[in-house]
Design a protein around this ligand. Structure first.
Ligand code: ZN
Length: 106
């Protein structure tokens, strides 16, 4: 009767964990690409991460523009540059701190 070799199971678990970790890394690369993270992840699982990483890298990069605005909670005006207080409200002697708003556009 054969006995179960636990070292083999442990090895498979570690290998599986590493495999998933690499696939997740590929997925992260994929999120910045046109193919998308989920697609890169699935390809990494099915066709090995080597294929997945090539697939993610040949896929064109997303045009990600990160814009930062500073919005006044009092009057609702938005500023591109940073001010300590809202310049519009400061004229009326109301010192409103601006709220940083960051947006990602593709
Ligand atoms: Zn204001």
């Amino acid at each position: 009767m054969n006995y179960i070799d636990y070292t083999d199971i442990e090895f498979l678990l570690i290998a599986g964990a590493i495999y998933l970790f690499i696939a997740a890394t590929v997925a992260k690369i994929g999120t910045y690409r046109a193919c998308g993270g989920i697609k890169a992840f699935i390809i990494s699982i099915i066709l090995t991460p080597v294929i997945g990483i090539i697939y993610a890298l040949i896929s064109p990069q997303k045009h990600l523009i990160k814009t930062v605005h500073y919005r006044c909670p009092n009057c609702g005006l938005e500023y591109v540059s940073k001010h300590k207080y809202c310049p519009s409200c400061a004229k009326e002697e109301k010192y409103c701190r601006l709220v940083k708003v960051s947006m990602k556009t593709y």
